[in-house]
Design a protein around this ligand. Structure first.
Ligand SMILES: NC(=O)c1ccc[n+]([C@@H]2O[C@H](COP(=O)([O-])OP(=O)(O)OC[C@H]3O[C@@H](n4cnc5c(N)ncnc54)[C@H](OP(=O)(O)O)[C@@H]3O)[C@@H](O)[C@H]2O)c1
Length: 319
């Protein structure tokens, strides 16, 4: 089968398309024929080597976590799925990646794709969608009618956060650049703030929850926008964030600072599949690349300007 491989740390240009043996599933696994995958910033961050002290890679290594495809064979210990079903999911961070024609996946890490969803739409959801869900529902404890601010509202995580915030019945404000204002509004945001406007400052004491999916500014920049009893959740750990969390805990502040670290969970995928089925969760697709242009897809993500999700179609590249 075809797969993408890195043989050492390096940039997107080091990603090679290779022939390798298909994986052999265990009795608890499914063999899945992959139709589409999506790119997340963690994919190029891991292979760039910047995270090697936290998460060292072993080479050769196949990248990517998000997949959507069709069940080919079912392990003898799996009763929940049958061959031919359309499924999607996120691989754990300790094995063979999703950028391949076939993958073996534990059956409790996948969910059935809802009717009407394309493979590209489904492949966008797992890592970014679960990050947004776990940030808003679990870390942020978002309640109906609360006011939510999503920073990075046009990106992979942020565009799902806008929609999940609305599904949780919050009043949602998105932060993005001028070119994305209409997109973010179409995703359901009640209000949109343009951070590129020279006069932009975050509104004072306006939000019960700030979800920062960009995290390129110190917490002190956004802190005045939090109500006195409110939560700030970030997707990126930084020494300043960790220090601030400790100080606030010591001072018994009623403002909480949290970090989301996404965990693959089938029940969360099921929940997101349900939202997609009801038309409450759509994948905004930036661009679909063939597998042969995997490096270009990774490079596009690295530029940090993705509008929604970057998708790689696996099957369309069979020729
Ligand atoms: N901790 C975890 O478990 C976890 C999980 C997922 C992701 N992450 C991290 O979270 C970050 C976001 O991930 P992602 O998949 O959403 O990335 P992404 O899709 O690459 O995000 C790109 C978006 O960021 C927006 N953006 C850039 N600068 C901005 C700014 N100053 N203000 C507002 N928006 C800005 C861009 O919109 P404009 O063009 O409009 O600026 C673009 O739409 C990444 O660093 C990723 O590694 C962490």
């Amino acid at each position: 089968m075809k797969a993408i491989q890195f043989s050492a740390y390096g940039g997107p240009e080091k990603a090679s398309l290779v022939e390798c043996e298909p994986p052999i599933p265990t009795e608890r696994q499914l063999l899945i024929e992959v139709e589409a995958i999506s790119i997340n910033p963690i994919d190029w961050k891991l292979y760039g080597g910047g995270l090697r002290w936290i998460k060292p890679m072993r080479f050769p290594s196949t990248p990517c976590f998000d997949f959507a495809g069709v069940v080919k064979t079912v392990g003898s210990g799996v009763e929940t799925y049958k061959a031919g079903e359309r499924v999607f999911g996120m691989l754990p961070m300790n094995g063979f990646g999703a950028a391949a024609e076939s993958i073996a996946v534990d059956s409790d890490l996948v969910s059935r794709m809802p009717e009407g969803l394309s493979f590209a739409d489904a492949a966008g959801i797992p890592l970014a969608g679960m990050t947004a869900l776990q940030a808003l529902r679990d870390q942020g404890k978002l309640q109906a009618n609360q006011r939510l601010l999503v920073i990075g509202a046009a990106g992979g995580v942020g565009h799902y956060a806008i929609q999940i915030g609305k599904a949780l019945k919050a009043h949602v404000t998105g932060v993005c650049s001028t070119r994305n204002i209409d997109r973010v509004r179409e995703l359901g945001a009640d209000e949109v703030l343009d951070y590129t406007d020279p006069g932009f400052t975050p509104p004072a004491e306006a939000f019960d929850l700030i979800f920062d999916a960009v995290a390129n500014k110190a917490l002190t920049y956004w802190q005045p926008a939090l109500k006195s009893q409110a939560t700030y959740v970030s997707t990126l750990p930084s020494p300043a964030l960790i220090l601030d969390t400790m100080v606030r805990t010591l001072l018994m502040s009623r403002q909480r600072v949290k970090l989301v670290m996404v965990k693959p969970r089938r029940k969360d995928l099921d929940y997101l599949a349900g939202l997609a089925h009801q038309g409450q969760l759509k994948t905004l697709i930036d661009q679909v690349y063939p597998l042969s242009e995997f490096g270009a897809a990774l490079e596009k993500s690295k530029q940090g300007r993705a509008q929604g999700k970057i998708i790689v179609a696996i099957k369309a590249d069979h020729s």
